[in-house]
Ligand binder design. Structure first.
Ligand SMILES: [Zn+2]
Length: 138
């Protein structure tokens, strides 16, 4: 199971955003998630925002990140994708900490509940019985 944080989604901007737009988006998020300003905030989200800025805030790092994402998409194409899902399309399993999704081959994809807690990530899960994968976006 691979996972990568989608930094653009974390900041609320996209691949085509200018550096200036990314900077604004970062400041907006900082205010929104800063623990001093809001005590109902998820500290993990605040850290994600800072992590996203450390990458997207610097054109060199951003370029590397974009290249890594592109590479990942290419690799993804090698394993045929059976389905793209959101977490609530997964089914409850007998195991409390695991969800599953049935594959067309009759086997299942198993996803740990823990892995779905982190927002804005893309999970790739391989089938237990064949070479297909599913992609779950949190
Ligand atoms: Zn399968």
């Amino acid at each position: 199971m691979k996972m990568r944080l989608n930094y653009y989604k974390v900041l609320g901007c996209n691949k085509d955003s200018t550096q200036e737009e990314i900077k604004h988006a970062y400041h907006r998020r900082l205010l929104q998630f800063h623990p001093d300003k809001n005590d109902a905030v998820d500290i993990q989200e605040f850290h994600d925002v800072k992590e996203a800025w450390r990458v997207l805030g610097y054109p060199q790092c951003r370029k590397k990140y974009d290249a890594a994402c592109k590479q990942e998409q290419l690799e993804e194409q090698d394993s045929p994708v059976y389905a793209r899902l959101t977490p609530h399309e997964l089914e409850e399993s007998a195991l409390e900490d695991t969800l599953f999704y049935r594959c067309r081959c009759g086997e299942n994809y198993f996803i740990e509940r823990q892995a779905l807690r982190k927002k804005n990530t893309v999970l790739q899960v391989m089938c237990d019985g064949c070479t297909l994968i599913i992609i779950v976006e949190t």
